[in-house]
Design a protein around this ligand. Structure first.
Ligand SMILES: C[S@@+](CC[C@H](N)C(=O)[O-])C[C@H]1O[C@@H](n2cnc3c(N)ncnc32)[C@H](O)[C@@H]1O
Length: 251
């Protein structure tokens, strides 16, 4: 199983084995909300695979790994953890950067920030800084894995329309309902659109989401499996602990 190059809030590192074991037979595998791609990098490749996320910088990173992995590796060897560099990267104007520079910037911000949120410089008193900005030893494996994959940067509903076939399996891991998101709006309206789209597909879907009464009501016509996950991204120890999630399928 490959490890993704980054952490992403809500990443499915702890649930990926469970999800992979629940995937139905498929010819075309589509991740609608790619993030760090824990499930994609852990599963066996399907004949056709598609990864999609609305975040431009995140998708640019995976594109650059696909096409320019050696150059990214070369540039990363000069990076180390530093608050001023972090602030400088944060304030860069993206239009003045090449796509490779943007990928390195994004990697730097996501790996050196608290909770991988790219906002505040991450530091600690009982952990060393992340010297290894990137797991460069696995870069070639990641590049190989991405070689036969379509990379998309659209909102999920457009991807469902494009790729839905009876042999398609959609994995949907949207932002949690009623919790902090990723910079774009994802509230009740978007969750209902997702539910309506998934309810009308020819293919199969597997969805993971936080356990919530409203969500249970929305998906009451499907199969719901309750799972417990350890959640650790918080400065506040009391906010850490076990959370319930739902895995919902239409098969
Ligand atoms: C919970 S994370 C996915 C985590 C991923 N499964 C992993 O293992 O790392 C949700 C992702 O959805 C993306 N996103 C938010 N709104 C979206 C939309 N309308 N269409 C597609 N992606 C969206 C965010 O950028 C974020 O990366």
């Amino acid at each position: 199983m490959l490890k993704p190059p980054i952490n992403r809030m809500g990443g499915k590192s702890k649930l990926r084995k469970t999800i992979i074991n629940m995937l139905p037979d498929h010819v075309c595998y589509v991740e609608l909300f790619f993030g760090a791609g824990w499930v994609y990098f852990g599963k066996d490749p399907a004949k056709v695979e598609v990864i999609n996320d609305i975040d431009k910088e995140l998708i640019n990173l995976f594109r650059m790994i696909k096409y320019h992995a050696p150059e990214i590796k070369r540039m990363l060897q000069y990076e180390f953890s530093d608050r001023d560099i972090f602030e400088e990267y944060k304030n860069y104007s993206l239009e003045n950067l090449t796509e490779i520079n943007r990928a390195v910037r994004f990697l730097y911000l996501i790996t050196q920030s608290f909770g991988s949120k790219c906002g505040n410089y991450g530091y600690g008193t009982n952990a060393v800084p992340k010297q290894q900005i990137f797991h460069t030893e696995t870069l070639n494996d990641l590049k190989e894995r991405l070689k036969n994959t379509y990379v998309e940067n659209l909102s999920f509903e457009k991807i469902i329309d494009k790729y839905d076939r009876e042999y398609t399996c959609f994995f949907a891991d949207p932002p949690y309902f009623e919790t902090a998101g990723y910079g774009n709006e994802f509230g009740e309206k978007e969750h209902l659109l997702l539910r309506d789209k998934l309810s009308n597909i020819e293919g199969k879907f597997i969805l993971t989401i936080n356990d919530n009464l409203q969500v249970r009501e929305w998906y009451k016509d499907f199969n719901l499996k309750e799972v417990e996950v350890n959640y650790s991204v918080s400065r506040n120890e009391k906010a850490r602990g076990k959370y319930k999630e739902l895995i919902i399928t239409n098969y």
